[in-house]
Design a protein around this ligand. Structure first.
Ligand code: CUK
Ligand code: CUA
Ligand code: CA
Length: 631
């Protein structure tokens, strides 16, 4: 499809718009301006930038806030990250499936209650998606998948902390994850990618005919599995409609293969579509099974079932994206140069028996280029598809692609833009909601090659910020990130800013169990500093207020099980204290009005200083006390 001269024109245009270039010229102009004024040359200020020509579009002056929250997958780190967009500045990291010494995730009792007692060492987080109400972000939760350990987690947006993690039964490896848009989330849909036997206890090891996987709907409010659907093939990515009726998923292993040749054998795989109401009715009527070892209803959605439809599409499709006008679901071809556009309305007609051939729901299958992976939307009728192999983003018009599919002579391609390099996901601002605003597009590029200072054989990813507000896409900035963010959401700050707490509230459920235990011990956390011994169990309660802990010392015996509970009684926002116990591998954060606790065995006798790890006061270094462990 690509017109050579058009491509060259594009790369000419984008070649002049790298961030280095833009920053370079404005900085230079700042120097010249300051020189003329006879002033000292320093960091170009907001004024300098604006008085010396237009500031770059991603420039957020000092003290100003970004317009969007960027909710970033942390990939193999197992964490979630939050960036400000358009500045691409990282604001915070939220540990989810990983341990984290800064806040003590995996160390504190509060985090262990979320992680479970024997949590695995890490996770592989791909897909973060915020809960919605009527197709709009509602700022309640962010849901994320763990491909590594078959888990799904929920992050509370008001405190930006993970509050639930669950294991998904009857599958291995949760990959695609999306939320129900209508009427609300509601369900969190997730794809089991790897087929294995169930129960997977060693009885059927090398008999792939016994392998299977399931599609899972989790109740986002209770974080319990609501139901599962047994499918043919495997499941990759997913997305739901805007009416609360259907949800689709791509499948690249319709072959049921167990190696690369097997996954690639057939020319076609499929998109499987689930009829939510029909599945709910089947569950209500008891038309399900339970698979030994789990307690969730599993309905049979394999070929021939009335609960699902299997739409043949070209070989090994990947991304699955619903258009924000609520009309279409787009599957990106990966090994085929096409994307398949399907109509939710026609899907309804198929389930109602009005269409006979599953392919009748396909309304377009435009050619894009090599390696289409994911598609984003601007709310103005245009779609943006990443081409992994071509290292490009294709802007195309959905209605024009439909016209071309119907035989009209229309060019649906609007532009091809070179990105650096090998993009996977892309994401448009508010683009997966009814509020798609078509301002920014992020291209999450897997390779950065030569774009940054070399830092060893492991290169950062390169997330590029693209201005899509005009007719032509324009690259505005490169953003190096520790690999490997697969996906992100760009969420306008109006959704979140007023919902995010600056200080903990004393009755937050996150540490309610700890508060309840203190109450049982007759302790008033905000004022009491005391040690309670119950046999070999010792409970140490203290406050923290800059620059002191409520106890200057406490004494335990070697072998005691010690629980230290600290309440930060400071009320000023940003005044976080830490608790690090020397040579015990323990650190935890205690932010204003928070209670944090940790339990450990005092197995090392002697003097152990504990000290504050967040620079809270001029006398922060002096904020330390002693644990005395008797031999
Ligand atoms: S997947 Cu990584 S580029 Cu896990 Cu969403 Cu497509
Ligand atoms: Cu408290 Cu530093
Ligand atoms: Ca295949």
């Amino acid at each position: 499809m690509s017109d050579n001269s058009e491509d060259q024109k594009q790369s000419r245009e984008t070649g002049g718009l790298s961030r280095r270039h833009v920053l370079g010229t404005s900085a230079l102009a700042g120097v010249v301006g300051a020189g003329l004024a006879g002033g000292l040359v320093s960091v170009p200020s907001a004024q300098a930038a604006s008085s010396s020509g237009p500031a770059p579009k991603d420039f957020v002056p000092p003290g100003q806030l970004d317009e969007y929250y960027g909710i970033w997958s942390g990939g193999q780190s197992g964490e979630l990250r939050i960036l400000g967009i358009p500045s691409m500045r990282e604001l915070v990291r939220i540990p989810v499936f990983n341990t984290d010494f800064t806040i003590g995730w995996g160390i504190t009792n509060e985090s262990k209650r979320v992680l479970g007692a024997n949590f695995p060492a890490g996770g592989d987080l791909h897909h973060p998606h915020m809960s919605m109400t009527h197709g709009r972000y509602d700022g309640r939760y962010i849901f994320v998948n763990d491909k590594a350990c078959t888990r799904v987690a929920r992050i509370r947006c008001d405190i930006m902390r993970t509050d639930k993690i669950i294991n998904i039964p009857n599958t291995q490896s949760i990959h695609g994850l999306r939320v129900q848009r209508e009427p609300r989330t509601g369900y969190v849909f997730c794809c089991g990618e790897f087929r294995v036997p169930h129960p997977n206890d060693g009885r059927d090891l090398n008999d792939p005919s016994k392998y299977f996987t399931v599609f899972t709907a989790i109740d986002g409010d209770t974080m319990k599995v609501a139901w599962q659907v047994l499918v043919d093939g495997n499941l990759d990515n997913t997305d739901a409609d805007y009416d609360g009726k259907y949800v689709a998923a791509t499948c690249y292993n319709s072959e049921g293969g167990v190696n690369l040749a097997g996954f690639m054998r057939d020319e076609r795989d499929w998109v499987v579509i689930f009829d939510i109401k029909a599945i709910e009715a089947a569950v209500r009527k008891g038309q399900y099974k339970k698979i030994p070892g789990s307690d969730v209803p599993v309905v049979d959605g394999r070929h021939g079932s009335k609960l699902t439809m299997y739409v043949p599409v070209p070989k090994n499709p990947h991304g699955c994206n619903a258009s924000p006008d609520g009309k279409y679901i787009v599957a990106s071809g990966k090994l085929s140069p096409t994307v398949t556009v399907m109509s939710w309305k026609k899907i309804g007609e198929y389930f109602a028996g009005k269409l006979k051939n599953p392919r009748d729901i396909v309304v377009a299958e435009p050619e894009m280029g090599l390696g289409p992976l994911h598609t984003a939307f601007d709310g103005r009728g245009n779609a943006y598809t990443t081409l992994f192999i071509d290292s490009q983003i294709v802007k195309w018009n959905v209605e024009d692609a439909i016209k071309a599919y119907n035989g009209q002579k229309v060019n649906y391609i609007r532009q091809k833009l070179d990105v650096a390099y090998q993009p996977g996901h892309n994401h448009a601002s508010m683009g997966e909601t009814r509020d798609a605003d078509g301002k920014w597009l992020i291209s999450l590029n897997k390779f950065s090659k030569d774009r940054f200072l070399p830092v060893g054989p492991l290169h950062p990813d390169n997330d590029q910020l693209i201005d899509i507000s005009g007719d032509q896409m324009k690259i505005v900035a490169d953003g190096p990130v520790y690999c490997e963010p697969h996906d992100c959401n760009l969420i306008h700050r109006r959704v979140l800013m007023d919902k995010v707490k600056r200080v903990w509230s004393r009755n937050d459920p996150f540490f309610a169990e700890t508060v309840a235990l203190a109450k049982k011990h007759g302790v008033k956390l905000e004022t009491d500093n005391k040690v309670i011994r119950q046999g070999k169990k010792v409970f140490v309660y203290m406050t923290s207020a800059a620059p002191t802990y409520g106890l200057e010392q406490f004494t335990v015996k070697k072998g005691d099980e010690v629980t230290i509970t600290i309440t930060n009684v400071d009320t000023i926002q940003d005044l976080t204290h830490g608790f690090c116990l020397a040579n015990y591998g323990i650190n935890m954060e205690i932010s204003p009005q928070q209670t944090s606790s940790v339990t450990f065995i005092a197995d090392k006798p002697g003097v152990h200083w504990f000290y504050c790890t967040f620079f809270c006061h001029a006398l922060h270094l002096e904020m330390r006390s002693r644990m005395l462990v008797e031999a």
